[in-house]
Design a protein around this ligand. Structure first.
Ligand SMILES: [Fe+2]
Length: 266
């Protein structure tokens, strides 16, 4: 059992079978999503694998303290937790399926997202394609440890890898109005780069041959995102977001924060 209360600001613990235990005043519950190996198969680098375990990761959506429920609703926010156990998928590290977000109706921009690592060592792979999902414009690879926060710029597809020996637990704030697009990732069998184990370094990147020409991946740490107040603070993202919900306005109204958001990927 790993107590996540101090790091997350919520009375939650990680159980040995990679579930969350919700302590009062939260109500214990089952995960919203249990992602199976069969659902990951279309996006794996290697086909025909026999998994070492079936349930690859767990997502709990819409977590909030009772006193924050009205505020979360008012600002159209959701705070979710994802648990990604350690392990391999052939040469690849265990990962999430990945998706893009659809453009906000009537606009040319999708909802961004913000993540915080609550446990383990995560690697975030983010990529932007042209509007038809034919050509990759940019790939960002961001390594983040416990306590670090990562902003996903608008229109970047995203996959999380667990590149360490410990379970990765991430939290995210996102607008409840976002719509996930899984097809553009599935049709090319993953993002443009797969993250694999390496004998000499923490990880390697392997190009996905289902893509044409792809740009070099650019490596970042979370430090370059410190222009966002919620990233710069040492407070847990849940606490900071509820104390200062205006710091999360960029999630619902990304056009207003176009300069800050574009600085992440430029
Ligand atoms: Fe997302």
């Amino acid at each position: 059992m790993i107590n996540l209360e101090k790091i997350s600001g919520l009375p939650i613990e990680l159980t040995d079978d990679y579930h969350l235990k919700f302590n009062p005043p939260l109500t214990d519950r089952e995960p919203t999503i249990v992602r199976k190996f069969s659902e990951l198969m279309p996006v794996l680098m290697e086909q025909g694998l026999k998994p070492d375990y079936e349930d690859r990761y767990f997502v709990y959506r819409a977590i909030s303290l009772p006193e924050d429920e009205a505020k979360v609703k008012k600002y159209h926010l959701t705070y979710d937790v994802t648990i990604l156990p350690p392990g391999k998928l052939g040469a690849e590290f265990n990962k999430t399926v990945g998706h893009y977000h659809a453009n906000i109706p009537g606009k040319n921009i999708a909802h961004p997202e913000i993540y915080e690592v609550l446990n383990g060592r995560a690697l975030f792979v983010l990529q932007k394609m042209d509007a038809e999902f034919r050509k990759v414009i940019s790939v960002l690879v961001i390594e983040a440890d416990r306590g670090q926060k990562v902003v996903y710029p608008p229109n970047y597809g995203h996959v999380i890898y667990n590149i360490g020996p410990d379970p990765v637990v991430t939290a995210n704030w996102c607008s409840t109005n976002y719509k996930a697009l899984y097809e553009p990732v599935a049709q090319l069998h993953g993002l443009a780069y797969f993250v694999t184990a390496s004998p000499h370094q923490p990880f390697d990147l392997a190009a996905n041959r289902n893509y044409g020409e792809i740009p070099a991946a650019r490596m970042f740490t979370n430090k370059f995102m410190s222009g966002f107040s919620i990233v710069a603070t040492n407070r847990p993202m849940y606490i900071e977001g509820m104390l200062h919900p205006d710091e999360l306005e960029f999630l619902s109204n990304p056009e207003k924060y176009a300069v800050e958001l574009s600085s992440i990927s430029s």
